[in-house]
Design a binder for this molecule. Structure first.
Ligand code: ARG
Length: 468
């Protein structure tokens, strides 16, 4: 896309009105202009203008000739922007005025008629909504791809045993596939949130004009239909001024990043020498300029860091809204950069993670060895005693003693001889060893949502259907 040139209309006081007697200072021009970044909205701006023009014609406000000229002019502008030959002008402040000025240069007076019954206030709110709707659709596809990548790894690892942690202390064995499916659940909810936010994004502000509506007999429903929007904003003041849809979106995006960040933290831990559970493909890592042995998990580390950036954008937007009186205020121009950066960060991150999970090397022996270390099947022994007639609290106490003894000998519970185990409770029999094994523990949790491989497989099947 072409860059923004400065001061092409040197002897024109302002782009919008004869009221002003002196030109803006260059500093103020730069401070107030948004074209540097909002030119990104050009396609939405043109789509909104075309829908508006078509409706103006249908309502008899614009002639068929003017409408045709506007369509042709916009087609030229589209190809100029796509070819990078469109000259974005700082003096024309924003994407809206730049496109409108070019249209008028191309087609004359019909270009000046386009803005009938419209203000930049309802125009920009429409543009941002249209643009964001498209981005949400792309993000939904990317979220699906990441979920599918995770389900693929989960399927290969439905039987692989991982120490499950609470408080980062070994708690109970879980299937590695089960662990990964926890993230699939998180990302599935994220996708639901996006779908829900989309409904509120996809409403039409056009027709609200500057703030009070317009005296022209516009057909707002018609414009909404043309633009594929689900509803028309019902209050003109609200339509031009609120950005809660952007805040909501950024909140949903922040949650995606929080989930990514949690996964990142685990990948980083698992790849450290102390865990040694996984390896990330080299293309997602970097080395050290001083320590030749190093391979660092830069991608998850950066993603963890970028989470702060996206959450920061949420804070920025929500603070931007706070304290604004009705209706439109220029503060709202500040909604764009955080929104754009949120979308860019999210898209890159989701793409990278889908690819990175596909290239994950899993080390089942290391995971299993770690699971054997922390008396991960102690709860299973307690449950076993309950099945033999003990109250759970008593069983808990007995097993605590058994674990203490086992720690003293440096052995796992399953490595203690039966005679030793029977000292804790006479009801313990030969069948205890199956219970004390990691695999026995896993298989025992054969309940909806549990970690038994049969359950993991059932969940994978459900996700496959859902993800298509
Ligand atoms: N660039 C402005 C924005 O992003 C467009 C709306 C300007 N409206 C106005 N009354 N100055 O919000």
């Amino acid at each position: 896309m072409s860059s923004v040139s400065e001061n092409p209309l040197a002897n024109k006081a302002q782009a919008w009105s004869a009221l002003f007697s002196e030109p803006m200072s260059d500093l103020v021009k730069r401070y107030t202009a948004s074209v540097f970044f909002d030119k990104r909205l050009w396609a939405a701006d043109i789509a909104g203008s075309l829908a508006h023009a078509e409706m103006l014609m249908a309502q008899g406000i614009l002639s068929a000739e003017d409408h045709t000229a506007i369509q042709q002019g916009m087609a030229t502008i589209k190809s100029e922007i796509e070819a990078g030959s469109f000259e974005w002008q700082l003096d024309l402040e924003d994407v809206h005025l730049n496109i409108e000025a070019r249209l008028t240069a191309l087609i004359g007076i019909a270009g000046k008629r386009l803005h009938t019954g419209r203000s930049r206030n309802d125009q920009v709110a429409t543009d941002v909504r249209l643009w964001l709707r498209g981005e949400i659709d792309e993000l939904s596809v990317l979220l699906n791809a990441l979920q599918t990548a995770l389900v693929d790894v989960a399927e290969k690892n439905a039987e692989v045993i991982l120490p499950g942690f609470t408080h980062l202390q070994v708690a109970q064995p879980v299937a590695f596939g089960h662990h990964l499916l926890a993230y699939v659940e998180m990302f599935a909810r994220d996708a639901e949130r996006f779908a829900d936010v989309r409904r509120r994004v996809n409403r039409l502000p056009l027709g609200a004009a500057a703030l009070a509506g317009t005296s022209y007999p516009l057909d707002r429903e018609r414009v909404a239909k043309t633009l594929g929007m689900e509803a028309v904003c019902q209050n003109s003041l609200d339509a031009v001024s609120d950005r809660d849809f952007a805040i909501e979106f950024t909140a949903a995006a922040s949650l995606v990043m929080v989930h990514i960040s949690r996964l990142s933290e685990e990948l980083i831990l698992w790849m450290s020498q102390s865990f040694g559970f996984i390896d990330l493909a080299d293309r997602f890592c970097t080395g050290s300029s001083i320590m030749p042995q190093k391979k660092n998990p830069d991608v998850p580390e950066l993603a963890r860091g970028k989470t702060g950036r996206v959450v920061g954008h949420l804070m920025g937007l929500i603070t931007l809204m706070k304290g604004q009186p009705l209706a439109y205020n220029k503060d709202n121009q500040e909604d764009k950069e955080p929104l754009f950066d949120t979308v860019d960060t999210l898209k890159d991150t989701l793409r990278i993670f889908a690819e990175m999970m596909g290239g994950l090397t899993v080390k089942p022996e290391a995971m299993e060895r770690a699971a054997l270390k922390g008396y991960a099947t102690a709860t299973d022994l307690a449950d076993y005693l309950v099945k033999k007639g003990l109250a759970f609290r008593d069983a808990h106490e007995i097993v605590a003693h058994a674990v203490k003894t086992a720690i003293g000998t440096g052995l796992d519970l399953s490595a203690l001889p039966l005679s030793e185990l029977q000292k804790f409770d006479a009801r313990i029999g030969e069948d205890v060893f199956e219970v004390l094994s990691l695999r026995g523990s896993l298989n025992a949790r054969n309940i909806l949502g549990g970690t038994a491989p049969a359950q993991v497989r059932a969940q994978i099947a459900r996700h496959r259907v859902r993800l298509g």
